[in-house]
Structures are given as C-alpha cells and as structure tokens.
Design a protein. Structure first.
Length: 119
C-alpha cells in the first residue's frame, strides 16, 4: 500500500475512534444525572456500547496495522470496570487517556497527508 493510502486509512481510523470516544464520554456523563432506578439499565447499555467500540478498535487495528490502537482497548476495558463500580469520574479519565492515545496514533498520518496537501 502506498504511503498516502496508508496515511488515509490510519487518519480515518483515528478520527472515527476519536469521535466514538467523545460520544462515549458524553454518554457516560449522562449517568451522573440519572436516578438510581435508571442507572442499572443505562450502565448495561453503556457496557454493551463499550464492547462494540472495542470491536471497532480491533477492526481499526487490523485495517491500519497500527498496534498502538491496542492501548485504547486497554483503557476501554478499564473504563468498563470503573463504570460497573459506579466510578464514572475514573471512567471519564480513562476515556480521555484513550482519546490522547488515538490522537497520538493518528498524528503521523495527519502530517503525511498535510505534506501531500490532502488535508
């Protein structure tokens, strides 16, 4: 695969994962405003969403070849555990770290695309 094509794939994967992580953070923050009887079901749905996101990150890792995305999965696994323990602030922190990892993994691709005038 040419360098530009690989950079496009990596950049796309990183941006897509970042968007999902930001959305996940927003969903997680909603738990703070829910009543006790709503939280259990909301947590179950959020954990299902986390697991779907982990599968997306695995696909991005396989398609892009960027093993650094696996660090995102580790943060998501930890965030799942924190969510199940009702430690939402800790889970949000983990998601922020996952966003940082994703950004770092996409930066080289973004630079390559900028150099070629593609973004």
């Amino acid at each position: 695969m040419s360098e530009a094509k690989k950079a496009i794939v990596i950049f796309h994967c990183a941006e897509k994962i970042k968007s999902y992580l930001i959305l996940t953070t927003n969903l997680l923050e909603c738990l703070n405003s829910m009543e006790e009887n709503e939280i259990l079901g909301a947590e179950k749905l959020l954990v299902a969403y986390f697991n779907a996101l982990i599968r997306e990150v695995n696909i991005a890792t396989n398609v892009s070849g960027v093993q650094g995305f696996q660090g995102v999965n580790a943060k998501l696994e930890e965030a799942i555990e924190q969510t199940k323990q009702h430690n939402y602030a800790s889970a949000v922190k983990l998601l922020s770290e996952a966003i940082s990892i994703t950004t770092t993994n996409g930066n080289n691709a973004a630079e390559t695309l900028k150099e070629r005038g593609l973004i």
